[in-house]
Design a binder for this molecule. Structure first.
Ligand code: C2E
Ligand code: CA
Ligand code: CA
Length: 641
């Protein structure tokens, strides 16, 4: 019997040691709730060590005085209460937003624990909770308060977690229920049979359930922000959207994210993102906040939540008025907020992700600090258009309705056509003309871009095959590659296949890539581009000046030509600073042996100025709009001969 009890405690201690080991090696993040869990584990270890002492005293294994018995009891009661309090604290932090509770609530939470501890510590004199007499420990008159307090903490936390379980990931809700069941068993046992062994066993089971839970929770947490991740979001949406009680889903995007990611030291960008996550939590007072990476947050609001959109947005605005600190520099940030109203069933399980994608793809229209867009305002129309375009793409692929147009690119030195940009056109029989600016992103979203690009490659290569472009005085034809195409791992092989199919010289084709392609795996992109370059193709960097081009990074890519986007070209004619910028850009790129094309040249004045600035080539309506290939060939012949 003697050894049984000791062995039992040693067993539990060793389980705890394993738990502690596990928690330290397996979860490396510094999340707050995990620290609390570690606190619980350590408290449990101390408690069982104390139990060992108690058992040894019980069995007369060691000699002890009354003071030691009192100390043992004191430590025991203190630690059991601490475990329950920490358990509640843990749940409140994990499920809710303990940090942002009002001071009153925080004080209320801790003061109960404190008050009972005061009763406990003074017990040797007041005999309130316990006392020791003739070598035996007895319960004091107020002992029930200790038990009650433990129960209240446990109950509060469990009820709170159950109330919020819909917002949490499934596994978490389940383990809370499991915990509640074990807690109930614990209490009943204690009340009915006073069986301590059983009591301690259920406690350890709870601690293990906890461990498993927080390990599982890891899969649903974003490691940078400690917020729930995309996976958790999907789980929530799949389970909850369409059910009553849900009010709105917010998609919040940091507009400047790409710029930051491309230009700033990564760890400091992460610090910034973490800071934003804190604001989201603090300002919304909600715990249902998700981080989807790339500077995108999601917030789910339910009817029961005490969430006020105006307050939330006002507080964000207040914060975003003030520049953010990044690596010692201060930087202005702006947000895009899309609000999806999920109350009336218009947005339901079947169309949620479509709506979400539409929101995500919406163009930024204003320069406000916080740009807010609502699903009911773009709603049906934009969604319908999105779907119609998806259908039109489908039709165009099936019925070969896509067409390639060509727009000449002219040398400022000679005035001759030196190349052309191939631009895709879609004229749908139902929708009429649809701009590539609209259908390319949609096709990237639903994956059709790869089929479209197959068509583009085929027609451009055939064009080069059928026309001796060198004889026409042209160096090459420029073909656009979308970001997603660039990352298509079969791109190199595809291009190779078409070289053979049409038996053409790859030097006659130049591929236009954009910086957005670098959003993907940069390392792989560079390798892929180098492989393609080895085949003989050259590259242009398209849309330079939109977004936030980084000169140094541009040079890391094997591009020979930089295409200045029409927006900065136009800006140069209305704004002095942009003019100087363009001027310097041109000379800078010349210094590193890159050629420049200015897009969007619409009049003679622009052409002359760009020529004076030393820009090598120009492209724009001033010369020709994109036209079908026969018209293009005619045009080129008339200019070049
Ligand atoms: P981009 O690559 O920047 O193409 C240049 C766009 O500027 C073309 O629009 C062209 O028509 C337009 N543009 C040229 N000169 C002028 C001018 O003087 N004034 C004005 N206002 N506009 C001018 P487009 O054809 O509507 O194409 C839009 C975008 O769609 C392209 O922008 C490109 O990103 C994408 N795209 C077009 N064709 C293809 C393609 O075959 N494959 C891929 N992946 N993307 C394509
Ligand atoms: Ca282009
Ligand atoms: Ca462009």
């Amino acid at each position: 019997m003697i050894n049984m009890k000791i062995a039992y405690n040693l067993l539990i201690l060793s389980i705890l040691v394993v738990c502690i080991w596990f928690v330290y090696v397996s979860v490396d993040s510094k999340a707050y709730y995990r620290k609390i869990y570690r606190g619980i584990l350590w408290a449990a270890v101390l408690m069982y060590l104390n139990r060992l002492l108690a058992v040894s005293m019980e069995q007369d294994l060691i000699s002890y005085g009354e003071w030691m018995l009192a100390a043992e009891r004191l430590v025991h009661y203190f630690l059991t209460l601490a475990i329950y309090t920490l358990y509640a604290y843990f749940i409140f932090c994990l499920v809710g937003q303990f940090h942002y509770y009002s001071r009153k609530r925080k004080i209320a939470f801790w003061s109960v624990n404190l008050a009972v501890n005061v009763l406990l510590i003074t017990s040797p004199w007041t005999h309130a909770i316990f006392y020791v007499e003739d070598g035996v420990a007895y319960h004091g008159k107020l002992f029930f308060i200790l038990i009650l307090t433990r129960g209240i903490y446990a109950l509060l936390a469990t009820v709170y977690a159950l109330m919020k379980r819909k917002l949490m990931i499934k596994i978490f809700g389940q383990s809370i229920i499991l915990l509640a069941v074990f807690a109930a068993i614990q209490v009943t046992q204690f009340l009915i049979c006073h069986d301590e062994t059983m009591y301690y066993s259920t406690l350890i089971v709870n601690i293990i359930i906890f461990l498993l839970t927080i390990t599982m929770v890891e899969f649903y947490k974003d490691s940078t922000t400690e917020l729930l991740n995309k996976k958790a979001f999907r789980q929530f949406i799949d389970r909850e959207i369409g059910k009553p009680g849900n009010e709105a889903v917010y998609l919040i995007k940091l507009k400047n994210y790409e710029y930051l990611r491309d230009n700033c030291y990564e760890p400091s960008v992460m610090v910034l993102v973490r800071q934003l996550a804190e604001y989201m939590k603090e300002y919304s007072m909600l715990s249902s906040i998700y981080y989807f990476e790339d500077g995108k947050f999601g917030i789910v609001v339910r009817q029961k939540d005490r969430f006020d959109e105006n307050t939330f947005l006002d507080r964000l605005k207040e914060r975003f008025c003030v520049p953010f600190e990044l690596n010692g520099a201060s930087i202005n940030l702006t947000l895009f907020v899309a609000v999806l109203d999920v109350r009336n069933g218009k947005i339901n399980k079947d169309n949620f992700y479509r709506y979400f994608a539409v929101c995500d793809g919406l163009k930024y229209r204003s320069n406000e600090l916080i740009e807010v867009v609502r699903s009911d305002s773009f709603g049906i129309d934009e969604l319908q258009r999105y779907r119609n375009i998806e259908d039109a793409i489908e039709r165009a692929l099936a019925e070969h309705e896509f067409e390639m147009y060509y727009q000449p690119i002219i040398s400022t030195q000679t005035g001759r056509v030196v190349s052309a940009e191939a631009l895709i056109r879609l004229t749908d029989r139902l929708m009429g003309f649809v701009s590539p600016e609209e259908f390319i992103p949609i096709s990237e979203n639903n994956g059709k871009i790869l089929e479209i690009s197959e068509y583009v490659i085929d027609s451009v290569f055939r064009f080069v095959k059928e026309n001796d472009i060198a004889a026409m005085g042209m160096e090459f034809v420029e073909m656009n590659l979308s970001a997603m195409q660039c990352m298509d791992k079969n791109l190199t092989e595809k291009l190779q296949y078409y070289i053979h199919k049409y038996d053409i010289d790859p030097r006659r084709i130049n591929l236009e890539i954009t910086e957005t392609a670098t959003n993907f795996d940069e390392h792989r992109l560079k390798e892929q581009l180098l492989d393609i370059k080895k085949l003989g193709f050259t590259f242009s960097l398209d849309d330079y000046g939109t977004g936030y081009s980084n000169l140094v990074r541009v040079l890391e890519y094997p591009v020979d030509v930089i295409k200045l986007d029409k927006s900065i070209v136009w800006a140069a004619f209305t704004d002095r600073d942009s003019f100087v910028t363009i001027k310097n850009l041109i000379s800078m790129f010349h210094d590193v042996r890159r050629k420049l094309v200015a897009e969007g040249v619409e009049n003679e004045e622009q052409m002359i100025t760009l020529k004076e600035l030393g820009c090598d080539y120009v492209q724009g309506y001033y010369y020709s709009r994109p036209v079908p290939k026969t018209a293009f060939i005619e045009y080129t012949k008339s200019i070049n001969n």
